[in-house]
Design a protein around this ligand. Sequence first.
Ligand code: PMP
Length: 429
Amino acid sequence: MRLDTDPYLARYASRVQGMSASAIRALFALTARPEIVSFAGGNPAVEALDLEAAEAVAAAVIRESGAIALQYGIGQGRPELREQLVAVMAHENVPGHVDDLVVTAGGQQALELIAKCFVDPGDIVIAEGPTYVGGIGALSSHQADVRHVPMDAEGMQVDALEDLLRQLSAQGRRAKFVYTIPNHQNPAGVSLSIDRRHRLAELAEQYDLLVLEDNPYGLLDFAGRLQPSIRQLVPDRVVYVGTVSKTFAPGVRTGWIAAPHPVRDKLVLLREAADLCPATLTQMVVERWLATQPWREQVKRFRGVYQDKAEAMLGALDEHMPGGVTWTRPSGAFYIWMTVPAGIDTSDLLAKAINHRVAYVPGRGFYADGSGGDQLRLCFSQPSPERIVEGVERFGALLHEELELVRAVYGAHAPAAASRPNEGRGAVG
Ligand code: PMP
């Protein structure tokens, strides 16, 4: 069998033909080495959890309700869990009722089911640019035509969204939905301003638009501030996605969708086709965690951990980055988005960064259209503040060297990083 071609190629469905694993994925494998400070994966700091309490909760579920916990459940998810999740939403001022919710295997399965529910090949979906890698993955696997709307420090530029909506409507086309991560966006580390939330809600009414609101990070605002959700503003136009991955643990793979009931019914059927029902055991663990543990305090602890790390990183960036490099200043969660000067391509730079014992995610993976070659994501959730400073020092030294090289080769006329076709996707949270 030849190794350079896939003998099964002609058999695949068209949605799979264009899929490939990222060349960068191999490099990510190296980032697990202890000598490397990794700002790559978006893993939450689960070590900040009360693991003894988690153990007690998991043991009690089996001890007290083992025969239920180890049995199939219903496709929509356990009503007892949905009730707890409604309380989580209420803590964030997001309206919801147990009947609105479908429990999913994390927010990721929610995005996949929603894409499956709405997207035919070639359908237009509007997303922030940059946007969540896994969101692009879910949309691309259903062959969506993803159009990006640029962002700035206040999140998605809603004026640009309006221009795009107008343009599409002049062509007699419409987007299936707008995908937004309004709070502490992955990867940009910015939030949609209040004015823009209201404007987005107005545009949804005006253009008869559906909004996919993905909210893993809303409770992780460093100051505990809460912004109005889009679901709060225009509930009938929003399919809302939540997850316990960032407020409890991603290992339980528990998320949910809150949707208007006709959409909810379709989603339940789709999830039953995919995996019959959510895992009963982990549903019951999450349910019991939320019902019996001081999870609001736990969320506060997470916030404090991330705030310390964010401060360490922002301070180190101010100190060690060369002129011309810019970055966002997050007020919650764990991402910083960086733009580097012309002449540097962040995909090409990654191998050198790993040699300098520091890692990040290159920007192109966060766009469906191959742009983002001059951008990158830094995630500060995992390393300690001391290691963060060390990693930023190393990365700053590398960028200083690179810029000297760029100046020596191009003078003041370095080329901008070119757009490249989709590099393929790797699993980066
Ligand atoms: N949406 C966004 C914006 C994310 O950053 C992530 C995970 N990093 C997810 C959804 C999916 O997370 P999970 O499946 O663990 O809930």
